[in-house]
Design a protein around this ligand. Structure first.
Ligand SMILES: [Zn+2]
Length: 211
């Protein structure tokens, strides 16, 4: 029998790349799925491709979604500025980088592929830092989708990092020798240079300082 097959949602950021390294070290056969949805930081897909090759995933799908779906999000709409946090004070509650029901679409797409490919596990790198600002990264959200999935399949969403802080993920990344320079986190990078002041950059910098 071959290795167990799983699907992984891979963005090109630290979290999903670390999960890729973890699953690879555990000898899973990985099918990676990334999305182009009009994100300002589409350069992340280059990192996703690079790491998919490095960790020898079985197949890497990049799914296109039309960006008109997400025009209310600062992550997609060029007329809305990404919020910055020069004072390092991070926001509480939903932020304007929230992408409307994006994660439900991503996960539904992965579930379609899982059923088509007869794969029973879909891995996501949600973590406790994400869940502060995004309702669709929380345990409750995942449990509700799993309740739907189980009503007509044996497919389940797995979120092994859901109780991990960004610091814990970076520590795991270091243990697994993940090349953090081959990941990108920023919501508004200039080519491959991170801005240093968006929510994602500040969260990462604080975690790196404490890891
Ligand atoms: Zn940034």
């Amino acid at each position: 029998m071959g290795n167990k097959r799983v699907i992984l949602l891979l963005s090109g950021g630290i979290d999903s790349t670390t999960l890729l390294a973890k699953l690879s070290s555990e000898n899973y056969e990985i099918v990676a799925v990334s999305f182009h949805y009009g994100q300002k930081h589409r350069i992340e897909l280059n990192y996703a491709k690079k790491n998919a090759e490095k960790y020898r995933v079985k197949k890497h799908h990049i799914v296109e979604l039309d960006k008109f779906l997400f025009k209310s999000s600062a992550l997609v709409n060029h007329e809305i500025d990404i919020a910055t946090y020069e004072n390092n004070e991070l926001p509480k509650g939903q932020v304007n980088e929230y992408v409307p029901f994006r994660n439900l679409l991503f996960i539904s797409t992965a579930l379609s592929l899982a059923e088509t490919m007869k794969i029973d596990e879909v891995y996501l790198a949600f973590n406790s830092d994400d869940s502060c600002n995004f309702w669709d990264c929380k345990t409750d959200f995942v449990e509700k989708i799993n309740a739907i999935a189980i009503s007509n399949s044996s497919i389940q969403i797995k979120t092994p990092f859901i109780n991990f802080s960004k610091i814990e993920i970076i520590k795991l990344a270091q243990r697994l020798n993940v090349d953090l320079k081959s990941t990108i986190t920023c919501y508004q990078p200039n080519e491959a240079t991170e801005c240093g002041v968006c929510l994602s950059c500040v969260t990462k910098r604080k975690a790196l300082e404490n890891a």
